[in-house]
Design a protein around this ligand. Sequence first.
Ligand code: GUN
Length: 304
Amino acid sequence: MTAKLINGKEIAQQIREEIRAEVARLQREKSLTPGLVTIIVGEDPASQSYVRGKQKAANDLGFYSVQENLPTNISEKELLALVDKYNKDKKIHGILVQLPLPKHLNEDKVIFAVSPDKDVDAFHPVNVGRLVTGNPLFLPCTPAAIQQLLLRSGVKIEGAEVVVVGRSNIVGKPIANILLQKAAGANATVTICHTRTKDISRHTKRAEILIVAAGKPKTITADMVKPGAVVIDVGINEIGKTTEGKRILVGDVDFAPVSEVAGAITPVPGGVGPMTITMLMLNTLRAAKKVKSLKGKVKNCSKS
Ligand code: GUN
């Protein structure tokens, strides 16, 4: 392997220590404790595992944290009423409703119901609009994680040729919007590829920074990567289980061969994953501090 490994676990730990220190300061000087509620509907094991990780991080950082485990058959009206209760709860600064929701619940309606000031996922259209127009309140967690991994690994984003593979609302569209902003830690030239792009490798081969969020193993093979490129793999795909029943996870990038071509690469697991929850904690801290806007602070957002 020739590529430098971008260690998400280590960088996440650094940021968590910064958050921990700020939480202690807020408690000491303002008697303020950041509060997060995570709401999960149903029994999906992957969603339950993600939410456990979020609660564990919140508890570990000294947040006030509440978990709502709701039955699959809860009505939309009951769920919306619960969201509204937390919109009004002064001890709660961040509300996270784990997605996907069961089919009888309208996800858009639920996302719209979360107060934009407590929308630590940054999924509400007000927050999407604020990001697109260059005045974000919160950055969505996975894209914020990607930006921090790049910045804290010393990757120059300004003026770089960035190619994003995948156009989801959670990763592809927002990371493209973040990196093309006229702002510190951005100012890149961004291309988005997707399932209807004619020749993906024509684009990926010119990328100095390649961000892959396609949801399919081996979407990116070594012949598709420019020598020396920085490769950020957002994929998490389960390809089987070990004899002990542990999930075997791979990303969207064919890791071993691509590591021989790239200049730097994130592993799966241990790359983007550990950072995402950390960015949720950062958003909750920001919500508690009622930081008005990230404008001009994108680069140092973990310290704002
Ligand atoms: N499901 C998968 N990723 C996410 C996320 O980032 N936020 C929420 N709320 N649900 C998810």
